[in-house]
Design a protein around this ligand. Structure first.
Ligand code: F6P
Length: 345
């Protein structure tokens, strides 16, 4: 008797990032070529799973997508376990029904912290789930790195590089805001790579006095311009963007000319960097291996440069934040880069 082909589903959920298609391709091609599985892709994240909206993914459809930004499956921020909406309580049941009706053997959920939280809940409901961590924020618990982050660091660094020359020409203080509501990894890495003079992170308390003193001391040292890199999630008055708040404060207290740049969604768009293509491929391929091995309720991750599977129950609902003693924070401080906390009581 011939053995039934295994059938798997893939979805991408949460905010998009470079490398999603590379990950879909990594899972799909390995599943088809190496393990002879059938693959389908759900459209628009968990929404596709609820509404049974999917497409078959043949190997030919997975060709030519490695370098593409965005996701061929689309994404959404649908949270099936969140209360609200008349049909809210039915969604998990509908998902289970659809999963069984489609004859799925496993589901691959590609996403960030929120996606992993839902993936863990689905796993508890009896679905065979494998998670793959992605986000430009690099804040998924249980892995040293998420794909998408390195591409975003590259984009933000190039933007900071370009600000240096115009800042120098006009002798201005340039404030650049990068993404990161809770985690400051992107600000820390792009700020360091781009030679920022002041870096402000959501995790590290700062005060305006320290920020302004740093800018003033640079002028006194004949450094005619400054670059301030801020994460969007730093403490600030409600309804103010981080860049606008810091720029106005520096202008008011130092009398120096300031300009703001909010980088926004440029950081999430476009082709993934070679590093992210490889990381996403590595994750995708390992996720297919986990399915073949029956290693479910897990998220693929890289720890100390080794690809491993960690239990989803240890990941869901947590955020990996920059610690005050992070090695890169220490390195930056020792070189005179300010985190805006010198005069903090
Ligand atoms: O996916 C993470 C992230 O990029 C954050 O850094 C950012 O604040 C957020 O998504 C915004 O995304 P959206 O506007 O799509 O909800």
């Amino acid at each position: 008797m011939t053995k039934k082909k295994k059938k798997i589903g893939i979805l991408t959920a949460g905010g998009d990032c470079p490398g999603l298609n590379a990950a879909i391709r990594g899972v799909g091609k390995t599943a088809i070529v190496e393990f002879g599985m059938e693959v389908i892709g759900f459209r628009a994240g968990y929404s596709g799973l609820i509404h049974n909206d999917y497409l078959e993914l043949k190997e030919s459809q997975l060709s030519g997508i490695l370098t593409l930004g965005g996701t061929i499956l689309g994404t959404s921020r649908e949270k099936p376990f969140k209360n609200g909406g008349a049909d809210a309580h039915d969604k998990p049941d509908t998902i289970l029904q659809n999963y069984n009706d489609l004859g799925l053997d496993a589901l691959v959920c590609i996403g960030g912290n929120g996606t992993m939280k839902t993936a863990n809940m689905l796993s508890k409901q009896g679905l065979n789930v494998v998670g793959i961590p992605k986000t430009i924020d690099n804040d998924v618990w249980g892995t040293d790195i998420t794909f998408g982050f390195e591409s975003a660091v590259e984009i933000a660094t190039e933007a900071i590089d370009r600000l240096h020359t115009t800042a120098n020409s006009h002798q201005r203080v340039m404030i650049i805001e990068v993404m990161g509501h809770n985690a400051g990894w992107l600000a820390l890495y792009a700020g360091t790579a781009g030679g920022g003079d002041i870096i402000l992170l959501p995790e590290l308390p700062y005060n305006l006095r320290s920020v302004c003193k740093k800018v003033e001391s640079r002028y006194e040292e004949n450094k005619p311009y400054s670059i301030v890199v801020v994460a969007e999630g730093i403490e600030r008055p409600e309804k103010r963007t981080a860049a606008n708040y810091i720029a106005e404060a520096i202008g008011t207290y130092t009398g120096l000319e300031t300009r703001e740049t909010v980088l926004g969604y440029i950081q999430r768009g476009g082709s993934p960097s070679p590093f992210d293509r490889i990381l996403a491929t590595r994750y995708g391929s390992f996720a297919a291996q986990c399915i073949a091995d029956g290693n479910f309720g897990t998220m693929v991750s890289v720890i100390d440069n080794k690809t491993v599977a960690v239990p989803l129950s240890e990941v869901g609902g947590k955020t990996r934040l920059v610690r005050p003693d992070d090695p890169l924070v220490t390195i930056a401080r020792r070189m005179g880069i300010s985190f805006g906390d010198e005069y903090l009581k």
